[in-house]
Ligand binder design. Sequence first.
Ligand SMILES: Nc1nc2c(ncn2[C@@H]2O[C@H](COP(=O)(O)OP(=O)(O)O)[C@@H](O)[C@H]2O)c(=O)[nH]1
Ligand SMILES: [Mg+2]
Ligand SMILES: [Zn+2]
Length: 291
Amino acid sequence: MQGRIIKAMAGFYHVYSEKEIYLTKPRGLFRLENITPAVGDMVDFEADPLHMEGTIVSIHERENLLIRPRVSNVTMALLVFSLIDPMPDYLLLDKLICNALWQGIEPHLVFNKCDLRYGEEEVAKTIYSLTPHEKHFVSAQTGEGIEELRASLVGGIHVVAGPSGSGKSSLLNAFGMEKTLEVGEISSKLRRGKHTTRHVQLLPIGEDTFIVDTPGFTNLELDEKIDPLILRECFEEFLPFAHKCRYDNCLHGPEPQCAVKEALAQGLIRPERYENYLILLDQVKERKDYQ
Ligand SMILES: Nc1nc2c(ncn2[C@@H]2O[C@H](COP(=O)(O)OP(=O)(O)O)[C@@H](O)[C@H]2O)c(=O)[nH]1
Ligand SMILES: [Mg+2]
Ligand SMILES: [Zn+2]
């Protein structure tokens, strides 16, 4: 059978397959080969349907692997920022967009606490008006925009990320998922470990659609592997212009005849995004292994 690892606990893996959860162990060979299954892995397993148990026999190739929390095959990151209390830190948002793109994860911008309406909504809309990323303005408190946001999560594994206090937990609750997976009825072996440490798990919210129950991207710095050439690709609204720069390796800084700066001058790129790009460019240039 085929399924998705939705939880890892004490050497056991909970595999979700056709709306059932199996308690599985990896086959012995994995340990010899130094393979550790991850939450998010798509696996083939031999099932014992009577006891809802099984043995994982192979792991499908991963699209990506987040480190903290350790989750594979993440498709979308909901970058949650509140419009007030705390005010949005757009430099941090731009960093998280880069980190997501670098890992092959699609960033979606979620601006929360819309119910408080303090004008920041217009600021956020303006700054990101020219970026290709999906944007949502929601209130986890009143439920405004929540249905649309949830409906946009079709297929894949989605993680929420963002600064403390922005409403990530509230958002997960607004999705109605506080206690989605009390899987105790499935096997007594599960129950024993239940009240120990918190383990990351995937909450099924639709057809092969899951949400990670703890925030991702807990490191709020730019990924250390992002160099200037990668950074340049992560500001996606620059890309239609970048190939017209005079120099192929143009980083859109001091270089002459830079089409990105021309686009900026014509209002085709937002100055806030360009300024943050320059700040991040300086940061990655300073890293010692570049040059
Ligand atoms: N007014 C308002 N408050 C909210 C909203 N979402 C979250 N909060 C409040 O903001 C605070 C932080 O929310 P929380 O979900 O714990 O943020 P987290 O740190 O990102 O998980 C809590 O006091 C929430 O009640 C919202 O949409 N509107
Ligand atoms: Mg929280
Ligand atoms: Zn340029």
